[in-house]
Design a protein around this ligand. Sequence first.
Ligand SMILES: *Cc1c(COP(=O)(O)O)cnc(C)c1O
Length: 392
Amino acid sequence: MGPESQELVRTLKLVLESQDSTVGLHEPSLVGREKEYLNACIDTGWVSSAGQFVTRFEESLKSYTGAGSVTLVCNGTTALFVALVVAGIGPEDEVLVPGLSFVATANAVVHAGAVPHFIDSDEATLGMSPDVLTSHLQYVVKDSKIGPINRKTGRRIAALVPMHTFGHPVRLQELKQIADNYGIRIIEDAAEGLGSWIGDHHVGTTSSLAILSFNGNKIITTGGGGAILTRDPLLGERIRHLTSTAKVPHDYRFIHDEIGWNYRMPNINAALGLAQMERLPQILRAKRQLAHRYQEEFADSEYFEFVTEQPGTRSNYWLNTIILRRPSVLVRNEVLECAIAAGLGCRAAWDLLPSLPMFSRCPTSSLHVAKTLEASIINVPSGASLKVNQRR
Ligand SMILES: *Cc1c(COP(=O)(O)O)cnc(C)c1O
């Protein structure tokens, strides 16, 4: 074991040693009213795409985040796809996305018929860099009547999809200013951001559209699920209509007035979601405690730096992240193998999206920082149910 691996395993065991089995990266915490609500679905027969839990979970998300409208759908990827389509993104468009993100961010862009255009990361937030975006657009964009055009590809640059990496809010205000200058729309991929705030605003509530995910590994889960947030209640109604087969309400006839999607979240998933949502404050508190412990233990580390929330923002600390002070894929891999062998669920960040075969020919800014982050990010166990040893 190299010195980095020794230190990581020792530190994680110090913080987490009271666990009696191997520790996952992020296990769901299902200790509230989940069973009660699921039983209610079964007892009443309301298990499918209508039922009170869908409405109640939507309302609870709406009041917690302050969003103008929330529509639940079957997962975060479809949520992003729908948000892009209702924002008018389609064939011949390019969409600016972070080069360092989960594959779904770019997949949804392609599902909508558009082309992802990758942008470098910011070291402190791990999200899209406004500095790189500014200089890159100056270099790439040619102005025209229909909006900003990529002078190399001839396609319209139509939207920007910032992502709140591991729950750390992106530098949204600056990105918004740049996007506004060019007339580019912002759609936030807040899949990892439930419980994260920028000032007094929950992430995803100041842009026209945003999405959340409730996949099994996210901060709260519905098994699988997602939500589309919008500030505009009318647009919210349109999203609800489109994602539920564009059905016109009627007592006994089946009338559909356009081609919609069957993307609504089933009631049994929403039942889980409501129970999870009731415990979100406790989950967030537990995660902050764990993050605080890691921060203490890694404070004097020679090898690792713990990633903290930035001033003016509040992170949900969905996945706790440490960064190798000396980036190296070799060291990163060795550290991860040792940690996993010791029963500690650690993970690397995603391989950069343009390094994947299906995105290798897409336009991109320089990805200098993203490349460094890829070689240095290590996510450490972050579940809200982990027992945390206090400092001795
Ligand atoms: C999880 C995630 C998604 C997709 O959500 P699913 O519910 O898994 O489809 C999209 N973007 C990011 C950044 C994610 O982490």
